[in-house]
Design a protein around this ligand. Structure first.
Ligand code: SF4
Length: 299
């Protein structure tokens, strides 16, 4: 079985490997600050589901993130040829003073080596003005808007305290794609109470969004220290996927998705120091090798 991975997509488009710079917009989240709720989604850690970025002025963040990435890059790629995507992952990166955010996003894109912008947010936090701004930016450098849908099942959405209905996602998805923006939808596999049928139902629903669906992020549910989910897990342990079982499920998801959908992620990166379960997910090499084996052999 074949699929388009994010690195394939970027390599094909930019003719070189493109690296993500994890940046912080300084936004909070309405699902944590009391506007919708104070608890947040039950799986969300203190870092707002993005525990890898630093803080400080955007210029300093870019410089620090580039140093971190460059230290890992093979010296065969000359510095002048390195390309990056600015990635705002933590919390809700369109929630806050709109002028400040637009100024910041514009500043990031002034860097010639930054070829695009990826913004993680909630569908209930995208104003028409912000969509119109991002749509203009998208004419010069590509913009992806990442929406944490996680599931289409309303009961699960209530249980995980997502704080918005599927209809909100549908409305925003349409506004974004009508504006020509690329949308990446996040799905969590392994949420408590969800059967395999439920998860595949979410993926099948997304597959019907073609031809406007740009990307999907399949994320393994991580139980992280300090979250509501960790409390639930300790008091009433629920099913946690074994590695091989998870790989099989991912193969079924990939089979349902259109061939042109860019797969941005197959598992997910929880911070190891907070990881309670599944512990095998901390061994990235093992996970990717096993996953590769399953995908190659899957009919
Ligand atoms: S919307 Fe994102 S940042 Fe907000 S509580 Fe849920 S996972 Fe955390």
């Amino acid at each position: 079985m074949t699929y388009i991975s994010l690195s394939d997509y970027l390599k094909d488009k930019y003719n070189t490997k493109v690296y993500k710079l994890s940046l912080t917009s300084g936004c909070t989240c309405p699902n944590r600050d009391g506007t919708i709720s104070t608890g947040g989604c039950i799986f969300c850690s203190e870092g707002g589901s993005g525990d890898f970025a630093t803080s400080g002025s955007i210029e300093n963040q870019i410089s620090d993130a580039k140093k971190r990435v460059d230290n890992k890059i093979s010296s065969k790629i000359p510095a002048s040829e390195r390309k990056y995507i600015a990635y705002f992952q933590s919390f809700t990166n369109t929630y806050g003073d709109q002028d400040r955010l637009m100024t910041m996003f514009s500043k990031v894109l002034e860097y010639p080596e930054i070829v695009g912008l990826s913004i993680g947010t909630r569908p209930d936090c995208l104003t028409d003005d912000m969509i119109s701004f991002l749509s203009n930016v998208n004419k010069h450098k590509e913009v992806w808007v990442e929406l944490g849908l996680q599931t289409i099942n309303e009961d699960t959405a209530t249980y995980i305290n997502r704080g918005y209905k599927l209809s909100v996602f549908e409305d925003t998805y349409k506004r974004l794609t009508d504006a020509g923006l690329k949308v990446v939808v996040h799905v969590i596999l392994g949420l408590p109470g969800e059967s395999e049928e439920d998860m595949l139902g979410t993926v099948a629903y997304l597959s019907k969004l073609t031809p406007t669906l740009f990307g999907v992020k399949l994320q393994l549910l991580h139980v992280l220290e300090g979250t509501k989910l960790a409390e639930i897990y300790k008091n009433e342990p629920f099913h946690i996927y074994e590695l091989e079982e998870y790989c099989q499920l991912v193969c079924k998801c990939l089979k349902l998705l259109p061939k042109e959908t860019v797969i941005h992620r197959l598992t997910g990166d929880g911070p190891k120091k907070l990881l309670i379960a599944p512990l095998w997910s901390g061994n990235k090499k093992l996970v990717m090798n096993t996953m590769r084996k399953y995908i190659i052999n899957y009919q």
